[in-house]
Design a protein around this ligand. Structure first.
Ligand code: BMA
Length: 306
């Protein structure tokens, strides 16, 4: 297949199409984790009559999914209804036995970051309106760093914004966030417009492996690719390596054709042994997966780093 620098796409991609949920327009940009003896996922389902909802899915093998027809209901008293399960582009991070879900939604004038959690994927709790508008693309680190929770996020603007850099922030209690530090902005040609964090960073002996999306503007619209970087373990706002080459670029029909053409949007990874499986949204229409060897991915990022 074209444009495979390091990942190999699954031959039966896309693994999820709109027909997985009755009345769906599209299912894409979704988060998956291992749970029990299988997998669970929080899926972005855009319905034909109600855009942007989060639905729970279950799978034995991570490839064939049953997705619930009703959206997740995050319980809690935080006043705005966005935290009840309306929104899009979820990420899941397991921290000390609890699964935290970040996502983007519009409580008022612009996109902001909601945070909820669950232990069992049966009941879901609201945690906080984590980052105020305008903000998108938040992913929590899977452990505290220097005694504090840590998150990557992307302050920007409303709509399809012409800019966006990834920031690192910390919290003593997972509710109040501060100490914001610039992490990385556009650099290579394929990400020259904006960047945003993808799945929860993965701890490796070389540092935190970050997979992110990078966007460029062309004469026929935006093109979204997957990129990779390795961040310092104890000072993750320092980039140790960053690949000049993209990791995955839209080239298959299900990535180049759909509601929004030319979008590869990484949301989740699952590690099994040395295999890293990436779950990504394709053309704002489907969910697809691609695999690589974790060690080879780290070598690829180091070798192609500036
Ligand atoms: C971004 C988000 C994503 C989407 C992408 C491409 O701004 O809205 O959900 O995949 O645009 O349309």
């Amino acid at each position: 297949m074209a444009n495979e620098t390091i990942f190999t796409r699954y031959k039966n991609n896309p693994i999820i199409r709109a027909d997985a949920v009755p009345g769906a327009n599209s299912i894409f940009n979704s988060a998956v984790v291992r749970f029990g003896d299988g997998y669970v996922g929080v899926f972005r389902v855009d319905l034909q009559d109600a855009a942007h909802q989060l639905h729970l899915g279950r799978s034995k093998d991570g490839l064939k999914w049953e997705i619930e027809e009703k959206r997740i209901n995050f319980k809690g008293n935080l006043q705005d209804n966005g935290l009840s399960g309306v929104g899009y582009d979820p990420r899941i991070t397991e921290i000390e036995g609890e699964y935290y879900i970040t996502w983007c939604y519009y409580p008022g004038g612009g996109p902001c970051i909601g945070l909820g959690k669950t232990k069992d994927f049966k009941t879901f709790e609201q945690v906080a309106v984590t980052l105020l508008p305008y903000n998108r693309n938040a992913a929590l680190f899977p452990r505290k760093i220097n005694g504090k929770y840590a998150i990557l996020h992307r302050p920007s603007d409303t709509g399809h914004t012409p800019f966006g850099d990834i920031y690192y922030a910390t919290s003593p209690d997972i509710t109040n966030w501060g100490e914001h530090r610039f992490l990385l902005g556009p650099k290579s040609w394929w990400e020259s417009t904006k960047v945003g964090a993808g799945p929860a960073p993965i701890e490796t002996s070389e540092g935190w492996l970050l997979i992110y999306h990078g966007v460029r503007t062309t004469c026929s619209g935006l093109v979204y690719c997957g990129g990779g970087a390795i961040l310092d373990l104890e000072e993750p706002w320092k980039v140790r390596y960053r690949s000049k080459k993209y990791l995955l670029a839209p080239s298959e029909l299900y990535e180049t054709t759909g509601d929004v053409p030319n979008v590869v949007f990484p949301n989740a990874t699952v590690i099994a042994g040395d295999n890293l499986r990436l779950y990504y949204g394709a053309a704002d229409t489907h969910v697809a997966v691609a695999d690589c060897k974790l060690g080879e991915l780290i070598d690829f990022i180091k070798k192609n780093s500036e």
